[in-house]
Design a protein around this ligand. Sequence first.
Ligand SMILES: [Zn+2]
Length: 292
Amino acid sequence: MIVFPAAAQVKTVTLHPLINDLVKKIGGEKVDNIDLIGETGDPHHFEPSAEQLRQTTGRQLYFLSGKGLESYLPSLRNIIKEPARIIEVGETLPTIEGGCATCDHEHEGHDDHAAHEEEHDDLADPHWWHSIENFRRAARVIEKELATTDAANAAFYKKSADEYVGKLEELERWVRREIATIPKNRRHLATAHDAFAYFCKDYGFTAYPVQGINREQLPDAKKLGSLIAELKKNQVAAIFPEKESNPKILTSLTKETGIKLGAALSADGTNSASYEEMVRNNVSAIVTGLKP
Ligand SMILES: [Zn+2]
């Protein structure tokens, strides 16, 4: 007699690489997931195709990041019908506003500041995952949604969420120990796109993003001039490129300022084997680049 393993209880779909990791961690064998974005997908620009969505017919839960990251969400809501549900995992997590709140260094001249703020309006910064506390809360969001859909296995989801949250707490202790080796006056994080505001807030860094929230915006000559002045004034020790967004402007910035180029960071979870791996790589790169 052939004994088949028990079929997974919940059929899910994930649309963000880090949430894909989270659903695997919490759902384990009880969840049969289709990861639509894939390891190399850029969550700022990914959009599921009609064919991909057809392949998900009959799935119960669609997990995405939220906070405005997925511009296709309104059209997805038209396609995905009840009883299937779309879960914006980041929706209930604390928000940092885009624009000025994400670069909380002082702007020279108040007019500039006001214009800068207006430009961004009150957009949420979607990169909530760079706060480990947010990621812990996200684990509970996934646990709750899976348990609601599959009440018979609620205890299973709770146990795996408890275990994973414990791992995240351990990860955060490691991050704090590592960051403690960077003197406070050296906690300046200059990066490619504006993705690390949540990290900067949690660990007392000032953010100097060269690009905007979405990877493609580049500063004009005037903004670039004031950015260079600020980097020099604050004796910023390194400028960090990204695995996925590495504009030529970073190289010219390092030439112009004499500031060294750090190791590449991962901003959006693309090409990271797991959330934990992304955090460990980023923190190691930052510590190596900024430690005296
Ligand atoms: Zn990003």
